[in-house]
Design a protein around this ligand. Structure first.
Ligand SMILES: Cc1cc2nc3c(=O)[nH]c(=O)nc-3n(C[C@H](O)[C@H](O)[C@H](O)COP(=O)(O)OP(=O)(O)OC[C@H]3O[C@@H](n4cnc5c(N)ncnc54)[C@H](O)[C@@H]3O)c2cc1C
Length: 566
């Protein structure tokens, strides 16, 4: 433990809720948390719960992780979270090579020069930028990794955690709950129904969530907006041969289908999205969009539907929903899985704290209070991103390819609009990482409104509820990496501040607290206060220059024993 750090820990996880033994068919199997669905959100939740020592069982109805392409970009906040979980570099090793540009293009075809070109740095370039600046930005840049690569990687990591049981080919059929537990009936292919009893159940079971439906929770918003086809191609030579340059997204200026070609992490695989009327048409559209003699193979085609929906509630009693089970966005802007990963790490420490016995009643209740507003906000950000895309597409005219003044005007109009509107998809770091838990019952209220929590640009702030901005405290040493898995009291004004009353309060509650003296002047400048209390998920609970008389109230709010009020 570094000098200047004191740590108070709850000695053991409470096992009082747990009884019974693991059994086979028709026997009761007990676990602390039953996670339903091993998509990226369920896997991340199980990983963080396991890391925190909570016993959990993860069930997945399919016999393997996803085979089809879906998401392909972990945003910067998800990568920060994965760094905290100790897996960021493994995700990068499995994903797109670090030096590959992430640029976005608009062109008449893959063989033509670009009409518009948005520069988006490679991971290596973005990391060099982050290393060179100490301005409170993000600690990690994004990472392109196909969902069909990410899920098996997460699965392989989760399967090594001793307190997590992973069961593929196991479907949740139904559940009931009472004051003390949840009883789930599950079904595998080869066995009769089994019963699993858990202290808590989390439905990470996707858009058609059984868990959400059984709780009678409605989705609100706009469903079934439009259907698109997605095809996966293997095309080994394309990446090296694109004359306009290497990038991530290629939009083809060809109405009314507007083919959209996305690079996958191998650089040999590509997806095409288009409103085609048949699977066979997808191959034709791809061939026409390439406009180069290159061999390719169409590996799969599937239909998917766009929605902008958020659940009216995020759970009931001992049962919660997270990820696509709680919100469905249009992937434009990449706020689907990434929002779900945020749900997972908000919920995991609260579940672990409650199971360990130090979490107060407000802790689990704060999950919905914190994450549902972010779900609603990200649905709106996704709508704005899609509206931006439709904005430049509206400038399309069939004369776009003509070598005439009118054709040139159409191209210029589309390019100009693309340059403005497409940035609503690629430049929304504030939405990705600047979210703040504005009305949370477990965050200390400061008078005033605070900075705009919906700003698309990221502006560092330590206003309570915000994620603690990243700061380098020494060459290559990030403060984030020094924060342990529990609460941290940062002392930035020198160790002279007497914080013993707050430390004593945490000790009495058996809640884990580190006290960390930070000598960095830059950290004090950025954070603006001498004292900050930071939660296990790195969101700020409270900040000030000195402790108040009734410091125990801060500990009670932070641990969910007393609702926060002004
Ligand atoms: C074309 C496309 C592109 C996308 N691009 C991006 C992107 O770039 N960035 C981004 O953030 N998001 C993107 N998304 C969205 C992203 O794929 C989803 O948000 C993400 O998969 C949600 O993860 P999840 O774990 O919540 O749910 P899912 O991935 O849907 O996983 C749910 C799991 O639960 C299982 N399950 C369901 N019912 C049961 C049951 N009763 N018992 C047991 N298991 C069950 C399912 O089999 C499934 O494996 C994209 C989506 C699409 C369609």
């Amino acid at each position: 433990m570094p000098a200047g750090r004191r740590r108070y820990h709850n000695p053991v996880l409470s096992e009082t809720l747990i009884s019974g033994v693991k059994g086979t068919t028709n026997q009761v199997q007990d676990t602390q948390v039953l996670v339903v669905g091993a998509g990226p959100v369920g896997l991340t939740l199980a990983l963080d719960l396991g890391r925190r020592g909570a016993r959990c069982t993860l069930i997945e109805r399919n016999s393997s992780t996803i085979q089809l392409p879906k998401m392909e970009r972990c945003n910067a906040r998800t990568m920060e979270i994965y760094r905290r979980l100790g897996i960021a570099e493994r995700v990068r090793d499995a994903g797109l090579p670090r030096n590959a540009p992430m640029d976005v293009f608009l062109a008449l075809s893959m063989a033509d020069p670009p009409l518009a070109h948005l520069l988006c740095p490679s991971v290596a370039a973005a990391k060099a930028e982050i290393a060179a600046h100490n301005d409170g930005g993000l600690l990690e840049p994004y990472q392109l990794i196909s969902q069909y690569t990410l899920e098996p990687l997460l699965r392989s990591i989760v399967e090594t955690i001793p307190c997590v049981t992973v069961r593929f080919g196991c479907e949740l059929v139904t559940f009931t709950q009472d004051a003390n537990s949840v009883t789930a009936i599950v079904q595998t292919k080869d066995t009769a129904e089994e019963t699993i009893r858990a202290s808590y159940l989390v439905g990470c079971d996707g858009g058609s969530s059984t868990v959400r439906k059984q709780l009678g929770i409605q989705l609100q918003g706009e469903g079934n907006i439009r259907k698109l086809r997605q095809a996966l191609f293997r095309c080994d030579d394309l990446y090296e041969r694109i004359p306009m340059g290497k990038g991530r997204h290629y939009h083809i200026a060809e109405g009314p289908l507007f083919p959209f070609i996305i690079l996958q992490d191998s650089t040999r695989h590509w997806t095409l999205h288009a409103g085609a009327s048949s699977d066979a048409e997808m191959a034709e559209i791809f061939k026409k969009s390439l406009a180069m003699p290159i061999a390719f193979e169409m590996l799969s085609v599937n239909e998917w539907t766009q929605h902008l929906l958020c659940a009216e509630r995020y759970g009931e009693g001992r049962v919660f929903v997270a990820g696509d089970a709680a919100h469905l966005v249009i992937p434009t802007g990449g706020l689907g899985m990434n929002t779900g990963v945020g749900d997972a790490v908000d919920l995991s420490w609260k579940l672990a704290a409650t199971l360990a016995g130090w979490g107060g009643a407000q802790l689990l209740a704060s999950y919905e209070a914190e994450r549902r507003p972010i779900g609603l906000r990200n649905v709106e950000a996704s709508r704005a991103a899609m509206t931006g895309r439709l904005g430049w597409r509206a400038a399309y005219h069939p004369n776009v390819r003509e070598n005439t003044p009118e054709g040139a005007a159409t191209r210029a109009r589309m390019a100009g609009l693309f340059d403005v509107q497409q940035r609503k998809v690629t430049e929304i770091l504030g939405i990705e990482a600047g979210y703040r838990y504005v009305d949370s019952p477990i965050v200390w209220r400061e008078p005033g409104d605070g900075p705009d929590p919906d700003n698309p640009s990221y502006v560092p702030t330590t206003w309570p509820g915000a994620r603690l901005p990243h700061v380098w405290v020494a060459e290559g040493a990030a403060l984030h990496d020094r924060l342990g898995p529990g609460y941290t009291l940062l002392r930035l004004g020198g160790p002279k501040a007497d914080t013993s009353s707050l430390e004593q309060s945490f000790r009495e509650m058996c809640a884990p607290l580190d006290v960390l003296d930070v000598a960095s002047k830059r950290a004090r400048e950025l954070y603006q206060y001498d004292l900050l209390l930071v939660r296990p998920d790195l969101h700020v609970v409270w900040r000030s220059n000195k402790l108040p008389q009734d410091a125990e109230k801060i500990a009670m709010v932070a641990t969910g024993r007393l609702p926060s009020r002004i």
